[in-house]
Design a protein around this ligand. Structure first.
Ligand code: B12
Ligand code: SF4
Length: 503
């Protein structure tokens, strides 16, 4: 057996998920995996804090005096991450400041702020190497670790595989950059990664109790997220996981069943959001999972929210998902127009296929969350009208069905990004990252998003989306009546909060 020699000088590590509370309360899964990996495999003693909050200037973070600060960033909150790095550089000049997550992994040349290094792609191995090789006296000892991207002071990223260096603006095609970066090989067997360290998050209970009626159809549950795969085998034109993760990998049914058992026992969880891009990658895997959960007497005790592809769904899938306890399946329908849906999903899809999958699941009492996108470059007013009709059909088909409509957003490393760059809609030297937000704080004005569509003026598009979202908010007449107590309750809570804050 391999012996690990534990170095005595303990390292304090602060992992941060910025702006986590601005959307929904959720677990920073990536950071939790990094933490558990370090705890299991590092040769050093570590004291790890995972900060999942909007408040960063908290004295306690500075008083912790972390040796290493690791920030995880999406694209829309990249500006906040950059500001945070500047804040920490001033408050704790000697700390090593790292950046990771989906944004920098697919757009490494955008590295900015006061980060010492960016970690590209899957983070566990690279972070472990950083921890094991970190020296308080010299940050440059880390430079040769594969998977990291250092930066010098002139916004130039030094590529470490002898292809020279790139300046912001040099690179037009992101996939090329992905190939240039010294990417680290992926972890072959996901089961070798320990369960994510949810215990190190401050205030775990708060996240568990957060209300998610949109996912689970009711409130008062104790919910948690679970990852059972990484990546996605498809390549939709607006989505980046296939670039970020390169390859689709899955955990084994035994690993997943053990993790479900663990979180059910440890945190009394009765609702699980499976956050895979595609949970339905293998029928055999889910059949085996159901069998194992049956043996552990866990069927019927937990409800699940999962994501799938409509083209896969048949009666057998519906039966399997029902026996697992799936309450809702998320589908990227994207458009009610076949032409636009096929453009966005870069492949075969149609309203007929979508309606069939939804009807099969609904017949088994399983609801769907159908996600739509408006404003794709080729979309016309008529296409958007077909989306409106499809949304109405879905809502009427089953009371558990819900829909969401977002705006076409050119996320880095996607086909839409390439389109926006080629049309001169993106200037990397002068970009406002918050414009690439597909968040709840939806753009209210044309200058708050990147308008990709040529057939509809920006304000017309925003107005149409607003109307459809208003219909979705109100719901069908019976949904509206049903929601009155919840809405009154919410309003009272808000008033009470205001009164308390006043005193
Ligand atoms: C589940 C999920 C969610 C969940 C929870 C998110 C979460 N746990 O982080 C919910 C539903 C809340 C969510 C919301 C949103 N999401 Co989301 N989400 C995902 C999804 C499907 C999985 C995320 C995940 O858990 N991955 C698994 C972990 C292991 O990976 P990871 O977090 O990337 O971490 C690894 C590495 O990145 C790295 N790493 C990460 N951070 C750091 C930090 C350091 C210091 C180091 C060293 C390494 C490191 O190491 C980790 C382990 O390998 C991804 C797609 C995907 N497959 O990644 C989209 C994705 C991340 N989401 C996306 C988007 C757009 C959103 C929303 C903006 C959508 C919306 N309409 O509101 C919101 C924003 C939420 C917010 N508050 O900011 C985009 C982001 C694109 C971008 N460039 O920003 C993605 C990539 C999907 C897509 N459309 O392409 N999301
Ligand atoms: S939208 Fe869904 S199916 Fe398409 S690439 Fe992204 S995760 Fe995969």
């Amino acid at each position: 057996m391999k012996r690990i020699c534990i170095l005595e000088d303990s390292l304090k590590i602060l992992l941060i998920n910025p702006e986590s509370k601005q959307t929904v309360n959720y677990f920073p899964t990536g950071l939790c995996y990094l933490s558990s990996y370090i705890k299991k495999f590092s040769v050093r003693k570590t004291d790890i804090k995972i900060h999942n909050s909007d408040e960063f200037e908290a004295k306690s973070l500075i008083e912790f005096i972390p040796d290493i600060i690791g920030i995880s960033s999406f694209t829309h909150n990249f500006h906040t991450s950059v500001n945070l790095s500047r804040y920490f550089r001033t408050a704790l000049p000697d700390s090593l400041i790292l950046l990771g997550g989906c944004h920098i992994s697919v757009l490494p040349e955008s590295l900015d702020g006061e980060f010492d290094y960016a970690v590209i792609g899957e983070g566990e191995h690279t972070f472990l190497d950083i921890i094991n090789n970190y020296s308080k006296n010299s940050k440059s000892t880390l430079e040769n670790i594969p998977g990291i991207s250092p930066r010098n002071n002139s916004n130039v990223i030094q590529m470490k595989n002898d292809v020279g260096s790139l300046t912001i603006g040099d690179v037009q095609h992101l996939t090329d950059v992905g190939n240039l970066i010294n990417r680290r090989g992926l972890i072959k067997d996901l089961d070798t990664i320990p369960f994510p360290d949810r215990e190190s998050i401050e205030d775990v209970e708060h996240i568990i109790k957060a209300e998610h009626p949109g996912w689970f159809g009711k409130t008062g549950l104790r919910s948690m997220q679970l990852t059972t795969s990484r990546g996605c085998p498809y390549k939709c034109i607006f989505c980046q996981p296939s670039v970020m993760w390169e390859k689709y990998r899955m955990n084994s049914p035994a690993y997943i069943a053990d993790e479900i058992e663990y979180i059910h026992k440890k945190f009394a969880i009765n609702a699980i959001l499976i956050e895979d891009d595609l949970f339905t990658g293998s029928k055999k895997r889910v059949i085996e999972l159901v069998e194992l959960l049956g043996k552990k007497d866990l069927l019927g005790k937990i409800i699940y929210y999962i994501a799938g592809r409509t083209s896969q769904i048949d009666e057998q899938w519906a039966e399997i998902l029902k026996s697992l306890g799936v309450f809702k399946v998320e589908f990227g329908i994207e458009s009610g127009s076949d032409k636009v849906a096929q453009y966005l999903k870069t492949g075969k899809t149609s309203t007929d296929v979508n309606k069939r999958a939804i009807s099969i699941l609904n017949a088994y009492g399983i609801g769907v969350f159908a996600s739509f996108i408006a404003g794709a470059p080729i979309e016309t007013k008529e296409d958007l009208n077909e989306t409106r009709n499809m949304i109405k059909w879905i809502k009427k088909n089953h009371s558990a069905n819900t829909c969401g409509l977002g705006i076409a957003t050119p996320l880095p490393a996607t086909g839409l990004w390439d389109y926006a760059v080629s049309e001169g809609l993106i200037d990397l030297k002068n970009i406002q990252w918050s414009k690439l937000s597909v968040l709840k704080n939806f753009p209210k004005r044309p200058d708050e998003f990147i308008h990709l569509n040529k057939n509809m003026p920006a304000d017309y598009l925003l107005n149409e989306i607003k109307k459809i979202n208003f219909y979705l908010k109100l719901g069908t007449p019976s949904e509206f009546i049903k929601a009155i107590p919840r809405r009154v309750n919410k309003l009272l809570k808000r008033i009470l909060k205001r009164i308390i804050s006043f005193f």
